[in-house]
Design a protein around this ligand. Sequence first.
Ligand SMILES: *Cc1c(COP(=O)(O)O)cnc(C)c1O
Length: 363
Amino acid sequence: MKKFVVERDKLAANSRRIQQKAGVPVIAVLKADGYGFGMAQMAEVLRETGIRMFAVTEPGDATKLRELGYTEEDILVMRSTAMADEAYEIVQAGAIATVGSPEAAYCLNEVAKGCGVQARAHVKIDTGMGRYGFLADQYEEIKRVYQECEGIAVTGIYTHFHSAFANEAATRAQYKQLCAIVDRLRVDGIDCGMRHAANSSGVFCYDDMMLDAVRVGSAFTGRMAAKGATGLSRIGYLESRVIELRTVPKGHTFGYGAGYVAKDATRVAVVPVGYTDGFSVEKKKDLYRSRDVLRYILAEIKNGRGRGNIYITINGQRARVMGHVGLCHVSCDVTGLDVHNGDTAILDVNPLYLSPLVPKEYV
Ligand SMILES: *Cc1c(COP(=O)(O)O)cnc(C)c1O
């Protein structure tokens, strides 16, 4: 028995908090199946809280949202693409494309004209993410998308912050590059459309870079990098139960490598959840900077992973995981705790890493 539980009311509260903090329309980013929380269920709750624009990376997700009944909402596909099949799907879905290169502009323009429509698009500026977008010095190429592509109606322009959570100077430099292009377009008599740059960290770390809209994903889930209190709560947890209780003597060992040794006689609760479900696989993947990786490694050495620095909640009490987390189970120290067979166990798992075999339940 295990399931991933998502609390609708917490998600709704996060959504309201984000919209209040942003003060401008929030484009809800639902990539990667809504950060693992389920695109369809996320969209439903977010629409109820007033979100009117979504963003995805896969053109197919725009189609899915339309099929789910999101016909009035604007859907931005954040991937610039020079592939005609992808451009075709975006146009058919009536989504807003992203144009980040002359090739992508040419492709979208031709596809739209072939369909007998004008495709909406936002121009993307690459200020350091290095994937999609015109470079800031490609001004003439950018201008051409606005002025010369009959099949494209440019309704916005944006960039993406790479270090909003960590580096204010770099973030401000990125923001400035975008604004400089907007200013040049204005001087040339071109209305750039909706300007947006801030992601979750951008919204919560700075007050002055919201522009006309913000693109927020991880903040909805309460799992984002930010300094200080955000007023958001972490949503979603993995629920399982205690399937066996045992007592082992002092000196008994736990897990592969026998990395944990019982200091005393220990009462053990076994919970059938492990790496395969996505438990305890997240930490390293969330480290972006080399100094964070270094700090993590040092902490690992100091604490000794498998020596009891991971906790889960059993029957409302904190219980330490002893030994390395196994593929399919963990052993927890419940000495002196009020724990019985069948008690509910709650584990923190980022659903991005959750096994697809574990069902999700919105409550
Ligand atoms: C993922 C993504 C976002 C949202 O980022 P969060 O930090 O999760 O809010 C915004 N814009 C683009 C282009 C993205 O790829």
